[in-house]
Write a protein that binds this ligand. Structure first.
Ligand SMILES: [Zn+2]
Length: 270
């Protein structure tokens, strides 16, 4: 058999045809190159735009909670404001208070004075939006509940071998006797978080405490027993014990850097 010539059937191109085919190929190759480049640029841009905020968030760390600035203009002190009710070891209740209560936390049924309860709910909802899960662990307590809390605290010191007098004094630093306990006012709220539900000073290292420090005053709550203020309050630092006094009062007290005792004394003196 004769070997077939593959090119035999193919007609030879004229010079003009050959030039035309060359131009077409060149145009096609350029088109492909441009399309591939465009696709690469598009993909890279998309990737960078996707990555940038993530890298940024990683470098910046978690969102920081900063209190809005407050200059105190327009604040007027009202000594008769009921929300200023003050009770401590030197100033026991003259008579057992009977605040108008409302549920501050429906799940637990913990109650606060009605205005404070509404403020707490608003605050907890705002915290949740910032990813902070506040937990209300105590609110209003009647005389029996306050007595029981004090006795439990005192008992713990007696079991540690303290005398009756020592145990009573040590317990009062943390858990005032019934007639001196802020929780009787209905304005006191023990607030912790789902990731730190223990009532100890370690709560002050949490994001929840950072959030409360920045924003609680905007909802009318102040830290009732601040650090280094035991000489004025009679109670050790309790980062979980917040006290409702109303928004304007809370902002003014926080700006003063004073405890409730010191703030009231200063305002009444001026
Ligand atoms: Zn408390």
């Amino acid at each position: 058999m004769e070997p077939t010539d593959r090119n035999a059937a193919k007609p030879r191109l004229t010079h003009a045809q050959w030039k035309r085919r060359k131009r077409l190929r060149l145009a096609r190759n350029w088109a492909i190159l441009i399309l591939v480049c465009a696709a690469i640029v598009a993909l890279m841009t998309k990737g960078i735009l996707w990555l940038l905020p993530k890298v940024n968030a990683m470098l910046a760390g978690p969102q920081s909670f900063d209190a809005a600035s407050y200059d105190g203009t327009g604040y007027s002190f009202d000594a008769d404001d009921e929300r200023f009710v003050l009770v401590n070891t030197n100033l026991p209740f003259a008579e057992e208070p009977s605040p108008a209560l409302a549920d501050a936390d429906e799940a637990s049924g913990i109650q606060l004075e009605a205005e404070a309860a509404a403020a707490y709910q608003k605050m907890a909802a705002a915290a949740a939006e910032d990813g902070i899960a506040l937990v209300l662990t105590a609110g209003y307590q009647d005389a029996d509940a306050r007595s029981a809390a004090y006795e439990t605290q005192k008992q713990q010191y007696l079991e540690k071998g303290k005398t009756e007098e020592e145990a009573a004094s040590l317990a009062a630093d943390i858990q005032p006797p019934a007639e001196c306990n802020d929780h009787g006012t209905g304005y006191a709220a023990d607030i912790l978080s789902t990731d730190y539900p223990t009532r100890d000073t370690g709560f002050d290292t949490t994001r929840a405490y950072e959030w409360l420090t920045a924003y609680a005053a905007e909802y009318g709550f102040i830290l009732r027993y601040p650090q280094d203020r035991q000489a004025a309050t009679g109670v050790v630092f309790e980062p979980w014990h917040w006290r409702y006094v109303g928004v304007e009062n809370a902002l003014a007290i926080r700006a003063s850097g004073l405890s409730l005792e010191e703030f009231l004394a200063l305002q009444k003196a001026s």
